[in-house]
Design a protein around this ligand. Structure first.
Ligand code: PLP
Length: 470
């Protein structure tokens, strides 16, 4: 598809501006452009068609099933979008007099109150712009806490090997060294490995529960006891809160500080690079380390400072509040129950065909291993994922978590119907059969997409992100 600049025709124009009766103001010569601004010149029809074509080439939640594990690609109710488009919220600036922004302050306060209730935390900041940003913020708070007690020898963060890749990366960025501990055979934290790793140099443990293989760690209270006894803090990666809203609270499991992904669990559109929101919540004793806004509100001398302009991505917080208020407490619980039910439904239907590495019920997502299929038929998780595209479905998450080989991680979410899930199961089972009889067909897929197999290594190593004008 041509870029909009390649479609441009010199002199074509769609602006219909009335003549201005305001006298022109002459800018200083030094402030003027040396060359005209390079804008594409197209008719309004051409512009409209260009963006419609682009939209048709993406796969979103409105196009079809999107079971991307760990990403919670659920349907975002349109009412949240409508609320976030109201001019009372969009035509406003953080530096306006406080007397004119009381409603926005109330949105932040209300959302904090509800999210603290849902998670069992005492205070929250909305500054971080994404999950990983929240992790980094919380780790700086953990560091400030230990340092303030003169306990500056705590330089290690323990991370299980099933963790999301952002966990060790955030710990390293915050200046900690990362201690990786293996998972037990049942996919949960290995308590002996944790006991061996925890000690006087432990700053904390980063954990997601349910974890990245979709399992709830029932030893969480014992895990909390081990880490706290060693003097460390417990950090909760709450990106996967979709399984436990209204059912279990990280604050009751012993976690001291958490981040949430509003753009996953609390229904804001995501996947296109943002904006997101990764609020950080904490228990009372950590409150004074929270970031504070540039306006100095809630400023505490112990604060880690500011991590994002003003209040973070306000409109994403607003969408989350709209979602929380429209569902209500009971509705949130039902959403989580259905997310877990849907994942278990699909897992049960696929179990006879694909290998499920861990026994028992899953939470909001589950992992399948295609290791045997690869060995027997030469067909990989990547081949199956590419073939799903030809069936109008987004593939599941692939090759994550790293502890499962040839992994496909499926998260249907609560907003999918039984019919959609049945169709997806049928597609996956048929692809499995095809793999055994005509593996070549799968190796060459996808057939129906605008581009076929891409040179993924080339794209990662030598990305061409900028159009060069000739
Ligand atoms: C998505 C995710 C993150 C990172 O969130 P971003 O908003 O993408 O930075 C962290 N942990 C888990 C478990 C996740 O699923």
């Amino acid at each position: 598809m041509e870029l909009i600049f390649e479609k441009s025709v010199e002199g074509r124009c769609c602006a219909l501006l009335a003549d201005s009766d305001i006298p022109e103001y002459k800018l200083k010569e030094s402030l003027l452009r040396k060359a005209p601004l390079r804008l594409p010149e197209l008719s309004e029809t051409d512009v409209s068609r260009h963006y419609t074509q682009l939209a048709e080439r993406t796969h979103g939640i409105n196009n079809g099933f999107y079971p991307l594990g760990s990403c919670t690609m659920k349907y975002n109710p349109r009412i949240n979008e409508e609320v976030a488009s109201w001019p009372e919220f969009t035509q406003i600036h953080p530096l306006q007099p406080r007397s004119t922004t009381a409603g926005c302050v109330e949105v932040l306060d209300l959302c904090e109150k509800h999210l603290c209730e849902i998670t069992g935390m005492d205070a929250m900041t909305f500054e971080p712009a994404a999950g990983a940003h929240g992790e980094f913020t919380a780790l700086l708070m953990i560091k400030a806490y230990h340092n303030s007690r003169g306990d500056s020898g705590r330089k290690k963060i323990i991370v299980p090997d099933s963790a999301h890749g952002t966990n060790p990366a955030s710990a390293a960025m915050a200046g900690f060294s990362v201690v990786n501990i293996p998972s037990a055979a049942d996919g949960r934290v290995d308590l002996d490995a944790l006991k061996n790793a925890a000690g006087p140099d432990t700053a904390g443990l980063m954990l997601t529960n349910p974890n990245t293989v979709g399992l709830f760690d029932k030893n969480i209270l014992e895990i909390s006891r081990i880490v706290h006894k060693a003097g460390g803090l417990l950090y909760y990666d709450g990106a996967n809160l979709n399984a436990i809203m209204g059912i279990a609270r990280p604050g009751d499991m012993g976690f001291d500080v958490i981040h949430l992904n509003l753009h996953k669990t609390f229904s804001a559109p995501h996947g296109g690079g943002g904006p997101g929101s990764g609020p950080v919540g904490c228990k009372e004793f950590l409150k004074k380390y929270l970031p504070h806004s540039v306006l100095g509100e809630n400023a505490s001398a112990s604060s880690i400072g500011q991590v994002k302009a003003f209040y973070g991505n306000f409109l994403v917080v607003l969408r989350a509040l709209s979602y929380i208020l429209t569902l209500g407490g009971d509705g949130l619980r039902i959403a989580s129950e259905n997310a877990v039910l849907n994942a278990n439904y699909m897992m049960a239907k696929l179990k006879g065909v694909f290998d499920i590495p861990f026994d028992g019920f899953c939470m909001h997502e589950f992992v399948m291993s295609l290791e045997k299929l690869k060995k027997n038929a030469g067909v990989s998780a990547l081949d199956i994922a590419k073939s799903m595209l030809d069936n109008g479905m987004h593939p599941p998450t692939m090759y994550f978590p790293l502890i499962v080989h040839e992994a496909l991680m499926i998260e249907p979410t609560e907003t999918e119907s039984r019919e959609t899930m049945d169709e997806a199961v049928e597609v996956l089972v048929n692809l499995y059969k095809d793999a055994l009889t005509d593996s070549d067909k799968l190796h060459r897929s996808p057939y129906a997409t605008p581009v076929r197999r891409l040179d993924e290594v080339g794209a990662a190593r030598n990305p061409v992100l900028k159009y060069s004008f000739s």
